[in-house]
Design a protein around this ligand. Structure first.
Ligand code: OSB
Ligand code: MG
Length: 383
């Protein structure tokens, strides 16, 4: 039986080493919601919410998840007995629409608790088998093609197995073309448009085909499947969906419509691990490769992504860069690192997340905090 008796929600501020620009906005400091859960037997665990400050990726933000978790998500979980962690997501979905990032933060935390309680690594509990995962880098939109080429060159020299280039109208063909020309025909390149185009741009986007990208991610609207299908019929480059895949049902629709050939799974986007596993398994039966995306997570969310990416059908490098790519100093020890072959080790030999949360540092970075307790819990635990 699983029973969470206490949930503490915090907001921390963590400055990025360099601003990260995508077609829909720029961020230079992350406002991150962290969740600390306490089980009835006092086992504790951490998780992270991927919501951003602005609603420019999905409709959720750090402020909406704060509201959703305190008002609706935590009350559905606190003090309730679950015989299996897979029951948590259905309990959060019943007559409760949307708010997938808020749900995911808590659901994933319960998975980490469950792993801690049986002494298993999160990766093993999820069914992961890889002991290391291939890593890609996601490069934000740069001032000029020259700066982008330099960043991409450095990334490959560091060992990254994939370079994802953020694009938007005015910073697309010339930018990606410059990188292809500079780094050669075999460099593993892809582009991510974060919804910057419409079907009227189909011919323009077809000019990416000769650049032999591994895939182009989410060129059209965040909730579109039909126009992506139209575009996929006109491109040889595989389309990868990110924003549009919010559930296993949307993955089924994508496969039925032919809206893309690859799926970027972010557990925070789809409501957590149970939903991620369903998408992973479905895609595997259809021969659709998946890879793990990122949302500029701290070391806590990164641990969740690394664990998920250790599953069988994660066959393409994930956006799971090491801590130093993002932060002067991460909030976990050890920090996440990548070897010269672009691989991140999965901590299969440690229970739960596989890294320690630096709680003193988290305390120092915390700007607000609320503790929610099950009605039947005697005393408050300290987290
Ligand atoms: O579309 O994958 C995306 C970051 C913020 C919002 C959306 C996206 C991204 C990334 C970052 O590409 C990947 C990473 O965490 O390194
Ligand atoms: Mg994306």
């Amino acid at each position: 039986m699983l029973r969470i008796d206490q949930i503490t929600l915090r907001e921390i501020r963590l400055p990025l080493r360099e601003p990260f620009r995508i077609s829909s906005g720029v961020v230079d400091e992350r406002r991150i919601a962290l969740v600390a859960l306490v089980h009835a037997d006092d086992v504790t665990a951490w998780s992270e919410c991927v919501a951003r400050e602005q609603p420019n990726y999905s409709s959720e933000t750090i402020d909406t998840v704060w509201h959703a978790i305190t008002e609706w998500v935590a009350p559905r979980v606190l003090g309730r007995s679950f015989s299996d962690v897979r029951e948590v997501f259905p309990a959060l979905e019943r007559d409760f629409r949307g708010h997938l990032m808020a749900k995911a933060a808590v659901e994933m935390g319960v998975w980490v608790v469950a792993a801690e309680r049986v002494g298993a690594s999160l990766a093993n509990l999820l069914g992961g088998t890889r002991s290391e995962i291939a890593t890609g880098i996601s490069l934000g939109i740069q001032r000029s093609p020259e700066t982008l080429v330099e960043k991409a060159r450095q990334a490959l020299a560091l060992g990254y197995r994939k370079v994802k280039i953020k694009i938007q109208p005015g910073a697309d063909i010339a930018y990606v073309g410059a990188v292809r020309a500079a780094l050669g025909p075999t460099a593993p390149l892809m582009a991510d448009a974060n919804n910057a185009y419409t079907i009227a741009d189909a011919e323009h986007l077809a000019r990416l085909d000769p650049l032999e990208l591994m895939m182009i991610e989410q060129p059209f609207a965040f909730d579109d499947l039909v126009q992506h299908a139209e575009l996929q019929r006109r491109l040889t480059t595989p389309i990868c969906l990110d924003e549009s895949i919010t559930s296993v049902d949307r993955a089924r629709d994508m496969a039925a419509l032919g809206s893309g050939r690859v799926v970027n799974i972010k557990p925070g986007r789809v409501g957590g691990f149970t939903a991620s596993l369903a998408i992973h398994d479905f895609c595997e039966t259809k021969g659709i490769p998946v890879w793990c995306g990122g949302m500029l997570e701290s070391g806590i969310g990164r641990a969740c992504n690394v664990a998920l990416a250790s599953l069988r059908n994660f066959t393409k490098p994930g956006d799971v860069s090491p801590s130093a790519r993002y932060w002067e100093r991460d909030i976990v020890t050890p920090e996440w690192t990548m070897n010269a072959d672009g691989m991140v080790r999965v901590p299969l030999d440690r229970p739960g997340l596989g890294v320690d949360v630096d709680t003193d540092r988290v305390d120092d970075l915390t700007i607000r905090k609320v503790t929610l307790t099950a009605p039947n819990r005697a005393g408050a635990a300290r987290v």
